[in-house]
Design a protein around this ligand. Sequence first.
Ligand code: HEC
Ligand code: HEC
Length: 327
Amino acid sequence: MNARTLLGIALAATTAVAACGDSTDTLTGGMGGSRAKSSRTPSNNADDDDADTTTPGSTTPGDDTPSGPVPTNSPAGKEFYKTNVHPFMAQKCGSCHGAPGPGPAWLTSADAEKSYAQLFQVGYVVQQSRIVLKPAHGGSTTNVLATAEIQKYNEWVSMELEDGGQNAPPNVLEKLGDCFDRQKFDAMNLAQWRTTRRTANNNTNNVTPWNENANNCTGCDNAPCTTCHSADAATNYKNSVGNPLLPADSTFEESKLTSPAYITKYFGVSPEGKPIASDALKKKSEATKKDRAYTHPMFNLNANQSAALDAFVNDVITKYNAGTCGK
Ligand code: HEC
Ligand code: HEC
């Protein structure tokens, strides 16, 4: 793989995003942060978030962590999170990253204990976390942490990493790559994962505006994920399966990486250091059904795709727990 090939692919991906017309601002706003759209008023306020916690039976991915005390390797870290970190996370991020969306769900404003576990699950309890790196996005100009908040967040992470030791998230994630099964990975058929255009018929959450014009949006209408996720690390997700310009195993190999943390699309680590499913792809899918037209293209996972995804993830966890990876 030479640099020019990679650059060519990256440019192709950029062009594909740019070709989405109106979506350009929003998508690049998510990545670069400088041109976030101001027209959007988040339709989900703190009240929606509260409502979420009163419906524990919700089946929304990311909402499956039981409420109640979460076992952890760092009781002091958990207390620090609840007292010093959760309040600003709830205030600045909770309105969009709870179950009602439109961002992927990894926080529950009214439940610090649960949020603590959710942040572990999606792989954000690491130094250089996406939480502190993500620029303003999602139509807001104010959803970035202040310097003092970033310091608190990193201070919390340091406590977790120290107390977790070999069971801290980065150390566990690093070992999981050895457990990947090529056949189970290939069975997900990632080359076939595609987007679904938002139309009057699939507006399940009654989002406005919703309908997308197929002519304005090359990436939203039955496009393979590989169109945009082949080689651009800025999107934080790797899928180039079937791309003839790249080695056949590049997605398999790169999905093991902890930096960029492509592995967190599949795996997280519990506060006790156990590998768990991150459900990040399902959370992203759910989020796209709650976000408006021309933002990240909507996608649905069908039953076969979900089953293959679960089979791949569960196999890795089983082998890790049995100590049979790399054998
Ligand atoms: C106005 C709604 C809104 C608020 C408030 C908000 N986000 Fe987001 N966030 C989104 C949307 C929509 C996406 C998906 C699109 C994107 O990545 O730009 C997203 C995506 C993300 C991502 C990318 C990973 C992912 O889950 O897809 C990170 C990281 C993130 N947000 C962090 C934060 C942090 C940290 C805060 C609080 C400081 C925050 N967000 C507040 C709407 C919001
Ligand atoms: C038109 C280009 C485009 C297509 C097609 C596309 N994506 Fe994305 N995707 C992006 C961009 C840009 C981001 C980063 C900003 C955002 O989340 O909106 C992103 C972010 C993501 C993320 C969040 C990564 C993170 O944690 O920050 C996931 C997961 C994802 N995409 C999955 C998919 C899947 C699965 C498909 C196919 C079904 C797909 N995408 C199709 C452009 C695209």
